[in-house]
Design a protein around this ligand. Structure first.
Ligand SMILES: Nc1nc2c(ncn2[C@@H]2O[C@H](COP(=O)(O)OP(=O)(O)OP(=O)(O)O)[C@@H](O)[C@H]2O)c(=O)[nH]1
Length: 358
């Protein structure tokens, strides 16, 4: 058993002791230092650790942190400038309120943070703007920390993951990255091309599967629930470690398509008790407050176990994580900042706030 988790919580060489019955939490997400030999499908993979800073990458690639900072630079510039030589007065709070709203934090999280900050400034008798910024950082970390959750594999054989989201959110790209990470750490992976609407999407996944030596279950036309069921059966028969089920993009307002997702989930459950073990929503980080609408709708329909937020390298503002934390705190397993495999990393609240408020 292993989990994808932030690096700070682990000692790479010595796996932390886990309480009885609980999966050990290790940090991952990069090729392991030595090329692994894939174990027999049913063997659990050896635990592995991931360190963003030391992971090998071609020069002159920037570190994960500097790229995350660059991705969130719009918001961080707007927030940071407020504290430069500022007086602690209503004007500062007003500007901060505007900057948080602009960052997509939404009204609830913005009001919560402002109230908490004012209280802290008073209680701790803070006198200069730099100290207020530090206080805001710590409040944001506290707000976002409940969204951190290790992504554990190995509790089930196979672990079945269902991946949903609106069109173009980055579902298929994310599945590809995750599959590669998992393979690199000795996990056997099977994909289901559950997007039976778009032939191109199916073909994209098939070609990708051939290139990367990953079996893809697909049907030319047909019922995505049936494809998903077949994939689970195949995964069980082959002793595959992970079955990932891609689904067609859809809007939460397309009720018949949301009903279809519920059906896919039910049918997966018929293929294997307790499956899908992970019901994930992929969100484009540039969607702003609409991301919150998506989380609510998909969570209501599917009871999500986690989120993956992509494209935080574009025009993303980042504040939407605060809105999610306040309004619908579904765990954020991973965040993505680009199209390369190492551009998807476990969500780390402290790292994220550091990039946002630096
Ligand atoms: N910049 C950037 N682009 C990304 C990221 N993740 C995915 N993309 C791009 O977003 C586009 C859409 O990605 P897909 O994986 O096809 O999205 P999808 O959700 O499967 O799309 P549908 O099948 O149409 O629903 C592609 O061009 C990806 O390369 C990211 O983190 N950053």
């Amino acid at each position: 058993m292993f989990s994808f988790f932030k690096k700070k919580t682990v000692t790479p060489d010595v796996p932390p002791a886990a309480p009885a019955g609980v999966a050990p939490t290790l940090a991952p997400l990069s090729p392991p230092p030595v090329a692994p030999s894939a174990p027999a499908p049913t063997e659990p993979a050896a635990p592995f650790a991931f360190d963003v800073e030391t992971a090998p990458r071609p020069e002159p690639k920037q570190s994960w942190m500097s790229r995350l900072k660059a991705g969130l630079s719009k918001t961080s510039a707007n927030l940071s400038v407020l504290f430069v030589g500022a007086r602690i007065d209503d004007e500062l709070y007003d500007e901060l309120e505007a900057a948080l709203l602009m960052s997509d934090a939404g009204i609830d999280a913005t009001e919560y943070l402002l109230e908490a900050l004012k209280r802290k400034v008073k209680d701790d008798k803070l006198l200069d703007a730099a100290a207020v910024k530090v206080a805001l950082k710590s409040l944001m970390i506290d707000l976002l920390r409940p969204l951190e959750k290790p992504f554990v594999l190995g509790r089930h054989q196979p672990t079945v993951m269902m991946i949903s989201g609106v069109n173009g959110a980055g579902k298929t790209t994310t599945i590809g990255k995750l599959a590669k990470h998992m393979q690199a750490h000795g996990q056997s992976v099977l994909l289901a091309a559950g997007d039976t609407f778009r032939a191109a999407a199916r073909e994209q996944l098939m070609i990708w599967g051939q290139r990367n030596n990953v079996t893809v279950i697909s049907q030319e036309s047909g019922d995505p629930a049936a494809v998903s069921y077949d994939a689970v059966q195949s995964g069980k028969a082959k002793g595959t470690n992970v079955v990932m089920i891609d689904t067609a993009g859809r809007l939460p307002t397309q009720l018949h398509l949301m009903n279809e997702l519920q059906k896919i989930k039910r049918v997966i459950g018929k293929g294997m008790d307790e499956a899908p073990h992970e019901t994930l929503l992929v969100i484009d980080g540039n969607t702003g407050q609409n991301a919150l609408t998506q989380v609510k709708a998909f969570d209501d329909a599917l009871q999500l176990t986690g989120l993956i937020i992509t494209k935080l390298d574009g025009t993303a503002k980042g504040g939407v994580l605060a809105a999610i934390a306040r309004v619908r705190p579904v765990p954020v397993y991973f965040i993505g900042i680009g199209e390369q495999i190492e551009d998807l990393q476990p969500f780390d609240a402290e790292e994220f706030v550091e990039a946002l408020l630096g």
